[in-house]
Design a protein around this ligand. Structure first.
Ligand SMILES: *[C@@H]1O[C@H](CO)[C@@H](O)[C@H](O)[C@H]1NC(C)=O
Ligand SMILES: *[C@@H]1O[C@H](CO)[C@@H](O)[C@H](O)[C@H]1NC(C)=O
Length: 351
C-alpha cells in the first residue's frame, strides 16, 4: 500500500488481521523554545517547538526518562517519550505580522481517542500497516536515553522521503508533496514525519543526532521497509508521527492569486527544512511488550496500559522560557523574521 489515507472501512479491514503496531494520539504538552535533542541545555533554543509526551521534558534530558516522568499527554500511559516539531506560523501578507498556527487532533481516531487537544498522532510500526512482521524480523525497543532527529531546518531543496505535506480538503488528505501546499487548504495542512528504523545498536545519540540511525524509507507513504544494513543492523520500531495544522483559521486573510504562501516554520527556513525530534521514554519494557504481541494494533492492545485523553490532558510542564507566543507578533519567537533570516538560524542551530 503506497499511501495511507485511513477511512473507517479501511481500518476495519486492517484490524481483522493479526498485526503488531501502535497508533495513538498525544495532546500538546507545551509550546516553547526548547530542544533537548538538537540543542541540549539551550534555554531558550533557536526556534519554537510544539512538544507532546511525558512531563520529564526539560532543556536537558539525560538518563531514563521513563523512570523520571510521572504523567504523559499520550494515550498510551506508559509512554513518557517526548515528540516535537517546529511550530507553524502565519505571516500576514498585508501587514507582515506573525501569528502561530495551532495543531488540531488528527481524525478519525479509534478506541476512545477522542478528546485529544492539539498535539499529534504517533505510530510505532514493524513493517508497514498491512502486514505483521514478527516472524520475519525481530524488533528491538529503544534503550533508555535514546534520542534521534529526522530532517534538518537547514535543508533548502527537497526533504528526505517520509517528510511530507498534504493539503486537506474535508476528510481527504490530498496528494503528498514535499513543500508547503500551493493555495488554500480548507481543512488544514497535514504533515508526516517518518524516523529511521535501523540502529547501529551502540549509540544512544550521535553528533548530528542521525548517523547512529539508517533510514530505509525511500518513497512516500507507509511502505515496506527494506532490511537494515550491516552498519545499522538493529531493527527498531518505525516511529512516525502526523500533525494537522489549523491553517483555515487564517484563510480569510490571504489571497493565493496575489500572495505567495504565507505559512512559515518557526525556524524561518523553507518547507524542505521540515524536521522532527524523538526522545525515547517508555517505562520499563512496555514498548518491547507492545512490539512482541500481535494483539497490539491501533486500539486492540491488551498488554500495555491506556488512559482517557481527559486524563492525558491534565499532564503539564512548567513554562521554562517564559515568553509570550500568543496573539499577533512583529516577529516569530526568538526574533526570527522569516526567510530573510534563515541563514542566521542555520548558524545558531549548528553552533
Ligand atoms: C529541569 O532541569 C533543570 C536543570 O537540569 C533542573 O534544575 C530542574 O529541576 C528540571 N525541572 C524539571 C521540572 O524537571
Ligand atoms: C495585522 O493584521 C491582522 C489581521 O487583520 C491584525 O489582527 C493585526 O493586528 C495586524 N497587525 C498590526 C501590527 O497591525
Amino acid at each position: 500500500m503506497k499511501v495511507f489515507t485511513p477511512s473507517f472501512g479501511l481500518l476495519a479491514a486492517f484490524v481483522a488481521h493479526t498485526q503488531a503496531g501502535l497508533r495513538f494520539p498525544c495532546s500538546t504538552l507545551t509550546t516553547q523554545r526548547l530542544d533537548p535533542a538538537a540543542q541540549p541545555g539551550a534555554l531558550p533554543s533557536a526556534h519554537l517547538h510544539m512538544i507532546v509526551g511525558g512531563n520529564a521534558f526539560n532543556a536537558t534530558m539525560l538518563g531514563d526518562v521513563g523512570e523520571r516522568a510521572t504523567c504523559t499527554t499520550c494515550q498510551m500511559s506508559e509512554d513518557f517519550s517526548n515528540y516535537w516539531v517546529a511550530n507553524l506560523y502565519f505571516k500576514d501578507p498585508n501587514n507582515g505580522s506573525y501569528h502561530r498556527v495551532m495543531p488540531k487532533p488528527v481524525q478519525p481516531l479509534l478506541g476512545g481517542s477522542d478528546g485529544a487537544q492539539g498535539g499529534l498522532t504517533v505510530y510505532y510500526t514493524q513493517f508497514d500497516l498491512s502486514k505483521d512482521n514478527l516472524a520475519r524480523q525481530p524488533i528491538k525497543a529503544f534503550p533508555p536515553g535514546f534520542r534521534m532527529t529526522v530532517g534538518s531546518p537547514t535543508v533548502t531543496t527537497k526533504p528526505h522521503a517520509g517528510l511530507s505535506y498534504q493539503c486537506m480538503s474535508g476528510r481527504s488528505r490530498g496528494t503528498i508533496v514535499s513543500d508547503f501546499p500551493k493555495g488554500k487548504c480548507d481543512n488544514g495542512i497535514f504533515t508526516t514525519h517518518h524516523f529511521a528504523p535501523c540502529w547501529d545498536g551502540k549509540n544512544l545519540d550521535s553528533p548530528d543526532h542521525q548517523s547512529h540511525m539508517f533510514n530505509t524509507v525511500t518513497s512516500e507513504g507507509f511502505t515496506n521497509a527494506p532490511a537494515c544494513p550491516s552498519s545499522h543492523p538493529v531493527r527498531v520500531p518505525q516511529v512516525a508521527f502526523e500533525v494537522e495544522w489549523d491553517t483555515p483559521a487564517f484563510n480569510s486573510l490571504w489571497d493565493p492569486a496575489k500572495d505567495k504562501n504565507p505559512f512559515v516554520w518557526s525556524y524561518g527556513g523553507v518547507g524542505a527544512g521540515t524536521h522532527a525530534d524523538y526522545m525515547f521514554g517508555w517505562k520499563g519494557d512496555s514498548l518491547q511488550r507492545a512490539m512482541d504481541k500481535s494483539e497490539c494494533f491501533y486500539d486492540g492492545c491488551g498488554s500495555i496500559k491506556k488512559q482517557a485523553m481527559s486524563e492525558a490532558n491534565k499532564c503539564t510542564v512548567e513554562d521554562f522560557v517564559k515568553e509570550n507566543i500568543d496573539g499577533w507578533q512583529t516577529s516569530m519567537a526568538g526574533g526570527v523574521g522569516g526567510e530573510a533570516t534563515a541563514a542566521k538560524v542555520k548558524k545558531s542551530f549548528t553552533a
